[in-house]
Design a protein around this ligand. Structure first.
Ligand code: NDP
Length: 500
């Protein structure tokens, strides 16, 4: 095995990025590290490949993307095992991740023509002599920069939609999960061997930065808010458009008429799945006073049953070793500020694992409430009513997802959350629904992946007008006369002068 200091920490050796399991140190594989020049050349090759890919049209791309989807489905166990080794994620969770990615490829492939293809647009009386034509043309080359926590689901959320829209894609996977990223690219090349339409460049953050400056036509970034700012700054230099899927601190609201068993089950899963390393993970809960005690009890009862370990456990290790310090700090500060750990606590941090931790009575100023923890911890706070819950949930700069449990007002509460997404009587469900857009507000980023909006992110609107007849009211010509202008005034008043 390569000399690795801390299992899971990426090491560059002989020009290769060596990826290891955070649980065991087992080598998951290695990939070549790209220089800035190699990133530029990869983008130049992708540009040529992208022209060929765009030329295939929606039908040709759909056929090939569906073949890739079928390959992923047939080899789902192989990919899940690789994710497990490389990130430590339990195999069952990795299976769900790949299934969700497969669904997104399927939907994007099947719907790209309907959403992006050429269509006639109705004209209005004012320009009735013209017809309107609209289509969404590919940008060219899209750079996709991905995180390690969902190394298949997150890049595919951008890449599949970008590819379906007719773009070539150059992927920069996280340095913690490059082998899973390379696996995606290699299997795509198995079904599309003609041109390098989907390729990867590997390395540390500087390779991501080089991709932003490489002349790609759009960057789709998923990662932390801090890096999102750097990506946007780099892209600003060349006015390269960006889509930013950044961090979150999602809240769950439990209302008085909630099904408490269902709420506790969803809370435990939403907070602790993938050991809490989920951008849309539930990190804070606001439960109304009449159900608070019963809810906390049910959450603890479920969370304490979960197992933690390398193989076959409910929770795996923390993938990025440095995150352990953040999780430890959040727990310590919460307790120091008067919070209580009703499960877990400071002793729950046992590198590379963190055991489930439920914190109560944590002041709203504490880091455990205000900052992204990205670990298997959750705070539960008592509130007077749903209004207070919404106010507190909306008090942070983040605004990614959220969850509401209740009956009568749950949907109305979900609509009031300042977030891009919300689940009513479940947690995280919106991520797998390919027909719905995915993305955040504020510090959680902007732009959307998934769904029709997600497809449109990867095409630029091309608007064409076509003359059908001579203009009865010549407005846009130096040939127009004062009489024409007088008639235009008359028509304007007749068409738009009414108060309603
Ligand atoms: P990072 O921001 O650390 O890294 C994300 C990617 O950006 C990595 O590939 C990283 O490369 C790369 N990168 C680092 N520096 C630069 C740079 N200067 N220019 C361009 N690219 C760069 O995030 P994590 O990988 O730690 O992922 C966790 C974060 O992702 C959490 O905040 C989580 O909430 C968020 N996330 C958001 C999602 C969403 O949909 N909104 C979904 C999933 C996660 P390298 O790894 O080599 O440093």
């Amino acid at each position: 095995m390569t000399a690795v200091q801390v299992p899971g920490t990426p090491v560059i050796s002989d020009g290769r990025l060596v990826s290891t399991s955070p649980a065991t140190g087992e080598e998951a594989g290695s990939v070549p590290v790209a220089t800035a020049g190699e990133v530029d050349r990869a983008v130049a090759r992708a540009r040529t490949a992208g022209q060929w890919w765009a030329g295939l049209g929606f039908t040709g791309r759909r056929t090939r993307l569906l073949r890739w989807r079928a390959l992923l489905a047939r080899r789902i166990e192989e990919l899940a095992e690789l994710i497990h080794v490389e990130s430590g994620k339990p195999v069952g969770d990795a299976i769900i991740e790949v299934l969700t990615a497969i669904e997104h490829i399927d939907w994007a492939a099947r719907n790209a023509r309907r959403v992006l293809g050429p269509r006639r647009v109705r004209s209005r009386l004012i320009l009735a002599e013209f017809s309107g034509h609209l289509e969404y043309q590919p940008h060219g080359v899209v750079g996709v920069i991905g995180p390690w926590n969902y190394p298949v689901f997150t890049p595919i959320g951008s890449a599949a939609y970008a590819l379906a829209a007719g773009n070539a894609v150059v992927l920069k996977p996280s340095e913690y999960t490059p082998v899973a990223g390379q696996w995606l690219v290699d299997t795509f090349a198995e079904v599309v061997p003609e041109q390098q339409v989907f390729t990867a460049v590997h390395g540390l953050g500087d390779v991501g930065a080089a991709l932003c400056r490489s002349g790609v036509d759009k960057v789709a970034f998923t990662g932390s808010t801090a890096t999102a700012r750097r990506v946007m700054a780099a892209c600003a230099e060349s006015l390269t458009p960006v889509l930013l899927e950044a961090g979150g601190k999602d809240a769950m609201i439990v209302d008085a008429d909630a099904d408490l068993d269902a709420a506790a089950e969803a809370c435990v899963w939403g907070a602790l799945t993938n050991a809490g390393q989920t951008c849309i993970g539930i990190e804070r809960v606001y439960a109304v006073a009449p159900v608070y005690d019963a809810f906390v009890g049910k959450v603890v009862e479920r969370a304490e049953r979960l197992t933690v370990g390398a193989d076959g456990a409910d929770l795996g290790p923390i993938t990025m070793p440095s995150q352990l310090d953040v999780i430890r700090r959040h727990i310590d500060e919460a307790v120091a500020a008067g919070g209580r750990a009703v499960l877990g606590g400071p002793a729950a941090v046992q590198p590379p694992y963190v055991h489930p931790t439920v914190l109560v009575d944590v002041p709203e100023s504490a880091s455990a409430i205000r900052e992204e923890t990205f670990g298997p911890t959750v705070t539960i706070t008592r509130v007077a009513d749903a209004d207070e819950a919404v106010r507190r949930a909306n008090a942070l700069p983040y605004g990614l997802g959220g969850s509401v449990f209740g009956r009568r007002d749950a949907l109305a509460i979900a609509r009031r959350l300042r977030s891009g997404m919300a689940s009513v009587n479940s947690a995280l469900a919106f991520a797998g629904m390919s027909t719905l857009p995915f993305g955040g507000v504020g510090d959680s980023g902007f732009g959307r992946i998934h769904g029709e909006d997600g497809l449109r992110e990867f095409g630029r609107a091309k608007a064409v007008t076509r003359r059908r007849a001579r203009s009865l009211l010549p407005a846009m010509t130096f040939e127009r006369t004062p009489t024409d202008v007088a008639r235009i005034v008359k028509v304007t008043k007749a068409l738009y002068g009414r108060r309603r």
